[in-house]
Design a protein around this ligand. Structure first.
Ligand code: SAM
Length: 174
């Protein structure tokens, strides 16, 4: 599973797009294509992934259309104007590889045409981070401990406080 973020404004959206990348990673995507590229942001996410494990990467894309055109699977554009997620979920669950596309402040009109599915998470405007999290959680569930090979640290879930311990390099229980 991959995510494409279009319309990133380097210098204006760094926190939002970083949260988008971290959400993509935490909910099981393997990479996020970022248009236009932002090497500083990609490096920040890489250093988080190094500590917390898994193979997630942010890949800069000078143009978004080739990413969509060359992707070997269905392309799901998240937009409040689309069809309800529940209507397309059965077909999406059957797809081996999926590209989930989210927009920014402005969305290129062509995206509605080239996407395999235009999909809405409710019919109200909210956020690309929320839309992505709901979609990935519905599609694949929330990854468990076994999903993070190479992690240097892991969280021990606690009722109160924070507990972080060194991780075994082979990964943990799923
Ligand atoms: N003005 C933009 C437009 O033309 O759609 C809205 C941008 S919105 C701030 C940023 C992104 O959040 C959208 O491109 C979409 O990916 C996502 N988004 C926001 N609300 C959504 C919803 N209800 N369903 C699915 N995606 C949503």
């Amino acid at each position: 599973m991959a995510v494409l973020r279009v319309g990133h404004r380097a210098g204006r959206d760094p926190r939002l797009t970083t949260h988008l990348a971290l959400t993509a990673r935490a909910f099981g995507a393997e990479r996020m294509f970022l248009h236009p590229p932002d090497p500083e942001l990609a490096e920040r996410v890489r250093s988080v992934a190094e500590r917390w494990g898994g193979g997630f990467e942010v890949v800069g894309a000078d143009a978004w259309k080739p990413v969509v055109r060359d992707f070997p699977g269905p392309v799901v554009h998240l937009t409040m104007y689309g069809r309800p997620l529940r209507a397309v979920l059965p077909r999406l669950r059957l797809a081996g590889r999926l590209l989930v596309v989210v927009g920014g402040a402005k969305v290129p009109p062509d995206l509605y045409r080239v996407a395999t599915y235009n999909v809405a998470i409710g019919t109200q405007p909210h956020s690309e981070v929320a839309a992505l999290a709901v979609t990935l959680a519905e599609l694949r569930g929330i990854p468990g401990r076994g999903r993070w090979p190479g992690a240097r640290q892991r969280i021990v879930p606690s009722a109160r406080g924070k507990r972080v311990v060194p991780a075994r390099r082979t990964g943990g229980r799923p």
